[in-house]
Design a protein around this ligand. Structure first.
Ligand code: NAD
Ligand code: DAU
Length: 328
C-alpha cells in the first residue's frame, strides 16, 4: 500500500512510519511542515520521501497525493501549554489545514484516517470515555482537535469520504519532543535539573506506548468502518507524581529535584479511554507502563545526539518563558 503520512516527521508519525515500513512493507510519502516539533532526523535511514509543506498548502497536498492509496493525518500542534499561550497555529493547522486536506482527499477519492485525542472528551472523574461520550474539550488544543474531528465526520456524511477517526490516550516512547511530561522529566532528571510538577501532581493520565498506538491506527486504517470513531487507550493509568517518581527511580535522580509549580489553567484532572471497539478489530496493547517507561528512559540515555540539539536555542527560550528557570 502507498501511504501519505501527514505530520510523519513528528513523534507518533515517525514511529508509525517505521512500523509500516518494517511490518507492512508499505511505500510511504511524508508531508510535514517541520515545525519545532517536526524533525528530518526522525526519518533518518528510512528512505522515505519527505515533502516539506503544511497540510494547509493545497497545491503541495495535491502533488503529494498522487498515486497514494490512503492518507493518515498526524499533522498538528500538540502541546496544551503552547495552545494556552499562543492558540493561533492550533486554529490554523487543525481547522484550515484539516479542511484543505479533506478537500484534496475528496477529490482523490482515497481512504483517510484522522489521528485525534482523548482530550476532545474533556476530563472524567470516574469510569472511561466511550466513542459515544459527548465532546467537551477544555483547552484551545483540544477544542481545535474536536473541531477537526467534526469536520472529518461531516465529509463522511456529506460527501461519502471514506474517513475514520482514531482517538489516542497519552503516548510515550522514543522521539518524543521534551516539552511533554515524560521526556522532559527524563532529560531534566539526567541533568540534575528541577522536575516541575503542576499543581498537586495528582492528575491522572492513561499511558500508551507509542508502538501500540501506531498499531491501533494501523488496525483502524485496515479494518475501521468509514464514518466511525475508534478510541485507542493504553493499559495503565497513573498520577503524574507517580510518573515522576518512577523516572527518578530509573535515572538515579533525587527526590529533592521535584518542584511543585503553578498549575496549568483549566487543567484536565483525569483521562481514561475505553477501547472495546478497536479491540473488536483485533487490536490489543502489548506494552505495560513499567516496561515501556524503562525502554523510553534507555532510549533517551542512549540517544544523546538526538536531544542535544533540541536542548538548546529556542527550546531554552521556551523553557525560561514557561517555567521561569534556566536549564543546566
Ligand atoms: P508532534 O508535535 O511530535 O508532531 C506533530 C507533527 O506535525 C510535527 O512533525 C510537525 O512538524 C507537524 N505539523 C504541525 N503542523 C503542521 C502543518 N500545518 N502541516 C504539516 N505538518 C505539520 O505530535 P505527536 O505527539 O506526534 O502527535 C501526532 C498526532 O497525534 C497529533 O494529531 C496529536 O493530536 C495526536 N495525539 C497525540 C498524543 C500524544 O500523547 N502525543 C495522543 C493522542 C493523539
Ligand atoms: O491525552 C492525549 C494528549 O496527551 C495529546 O493529545 C497531547 O498532544 C499530548 O501533549 C498529551 O497532553 P497532556 O497535556 O496530557 O500531556 P503533557 O505531557 O503536556 O502533560 C501530561 C501531564 O503532566 C498533565 O497533567 C500536565 C502535567 N505536567 C506536564 C508538564 C509538561 C506537569 O506536571 N509538568 C510539566 O512540566
Amino acid at each position: 500500500m502507498k501511504l501519505l503520512v501527514c505530520g510523519g516527521a513528528g513523534f507518533i508519525g515517525s514511529n508509525f512510519v517505521r512500523q509500516r515500513l518494517a511490518q507492512h512493507g508499505d511505500e510511504v510519502v511524508v508531508l510535514d511542515k517541520l515545525t519545532y516539533a517536526g524533525r528530518r532526523e526522525n526519518l533518518d535511514g528510512l528512505g522515505v520521501e519527505l515533502v516539506e509543506a503544511g497540510i494547509e498548502d493545497a497545491a503541495a497536498v495535491r502533488g503529494a497525493l498522487e498515486g497514494v492509496d490512503a492518507v493518515v493525518n498526524f499533522a498538528a500542534e500538540t502541546h496544551v501549554d503552547r495552545s494556552i499561550a499562543e492558540p493561533d497555529a492550533f486554529v490554523q493547522t487543525h481547522a484550515v489545514g484539516t479542511w484543505v486536506l479533506l478537500e484534496a482527499v475528496r477529490e482523490a477519492g482515497v481512504r483517510y484516517v484522522q489521528v485525534s485525542t482523548d482530550e476532545v472528551y474533556g476530563s472524567i472523574e470516574e469510569g472511561s470515555f466511550t466513542e459515544e461520550s459527548p465532546l467537551q474539550p477544555s483547552s484551545p488544543y483540544s477544542a481545535t482537535k474536536a473541531g477537526a474531528d467534526l469536520l472529518v465526520t461531516s465529509y463522511f456524511h456529506t460527501y461519502g469520504t471514506e474517513a475514520v477517526i482514531c482517538r489516542g490516550s497519552n503516548n510515550y516512547g522514543p522521539y518524543q519532543y521534551p516539552e511533554k511530561l515524560i521526556p522532559l522529566m527524563v532529560l531534566n532528571a539526567l541533568h540534575g535539573d528541577h522536575l516541575p510538577v503542576y499543581g498537586d501532581g495528582l492528575q491522572v493520565r492513561n499511558w500508551i506506548y507509542v508502538d501500540d498506538f501506531a498499531a491501533g491506527i494501523g488496525h483502524a486504517l485496515a479494518h475501521g468502518r468509514p464514518g466511525e470513531v475508534y478510541n485507542v487507550g493504553g493499559p495503565d493509568e497513573t498520577t503524574n507524581i507517580e510518573v515522576v517518581q518512577r523516572v527518578i527511580g530509573l535515572t538515579g535522580a533525587d527526590e529533592s529535584q521535584i518542584e511543585y509549580v503553578t498549575d496549568r489553567p483549566g487543567h484536565d484532572r483525569r483521562y481514561s479511554l475505553g477501547s472495546e471497539k478497536v479491540r473488536a478489530l483485533g487490536w490489543e496493547p502489548q506494552v505495560r507502563f513499567e516496561e515501556g517507561l524503562e525502554r523510553t528512559v534507555d532510549w533517551y540515555r542512549e540517544n544523546t545526539a538526538w536531544w542535544k540539539p533540541i536542548r538548546s536555542g529556542d527550546y531554552l527560550e521556551y523553557y525560561a518563558r514557561h517555567y521561569g528557570k534556566t536549564l543546566g
